[in-house]
Design a protein around this ligand. Structure first.
Ligand SMILES: O=P(O)(O)OC[C@H]1O[C@H](O[C@H]2O[C@H](CO)[C@@H](O)[C@H](O)[C@H]2O)[C@H](O)[C@@H](O)[C@@H]1O
Length: 183
């Protein structure tokens, strides 16, 4: 899931660009699913996990009340982020790319890539993944982003050197599926 953190400091981007950012990401997600944003929301609302009666639904409803969709709370988020600096942290698998059977074929769409490119024009943007950093970088292909691979053990920003924690190296994390569960 996409995470959005608002850090206190001088605001560098206004609520309008943040709204556009959110709309762009939602629209890109809808395009990836071959539908409109409204249809995506309607599908989400009508999904079996929401409409099936029983304890699971109650549990899910309670969870959703506690963690509402950012899209439905846009005004509150915009208002809470006034005077703060916005930084975008995005997950890759299942967020920027669809979940597919073959992890090596988890490509993101061009529309999503453009949306992320636009986001990065307004806010520092990082992709955080359990995957090897190089692998995610290759999938995304945007040099202006920060990439945190191997669950944050290997971090590289635009134009910077990789900050690799000693516990994990590319040979350990990227060599083969046998070497690690994170390709
Ligand atoms: O931290 P993330 O970026 O969310 O990575 C989590 C795992 O993502 C990948 O696996 C998941 O996506 C695959 C491709 O859609 C899918 O085949 C698999 O079932 C999912 O679990 C990646 O292969 C893992 O190494 C990551 O840990």
């Amino acid at each position: 899931a996409a995470g959005l953190f608002a850090c206190r400091s001088a605001a560098s981007a206004g609520a309008m660009s943040m709204r556009q950012t959110y709309r762009d990401l939602a629209a890109a997600a809808a395009r990836s699913a071959n539908c409109t944003w409204a249809e995506l929301e309607a599908m989400r609302a009508a999904s079996p996990t929401r409409s099936r009666p029983g304890a699971d639904v109650d549990e899910l409803t309670a969870w959703m009340r506690k963690h509402p969709s950012a899209l439905s709370k846009f005004e509150q988020i915009a208002s809470a982020s006034k005077g703060k600096k916005i930084v975008m942290f995005l997950d890759y698998d299942g967020t920027l790319s669809p979940i597919v059977a073959n992890p090596d074929a988890a490509y993101m769409s061009d529309a999503m890539r453009e949306a992320v490119r636009d986001v990065a024009k307004h806010f520092p943007t990082a992709i955080v993944s359990g995957r090897c950093r190089d692998k995610v970088h290759n999938f995304v292909g945007l040099s202006e982003l920060y990439y945190a691979g191997s669950h944050g053990m290997d971090i590289k920003g635009p134009g910077s050197n990789s900050r690799l924690m000693p516990i994990c190296s590319p040979s350990l994390c990227c060599a083969s599926p046998q070497a690690s569960s994170s390709p």
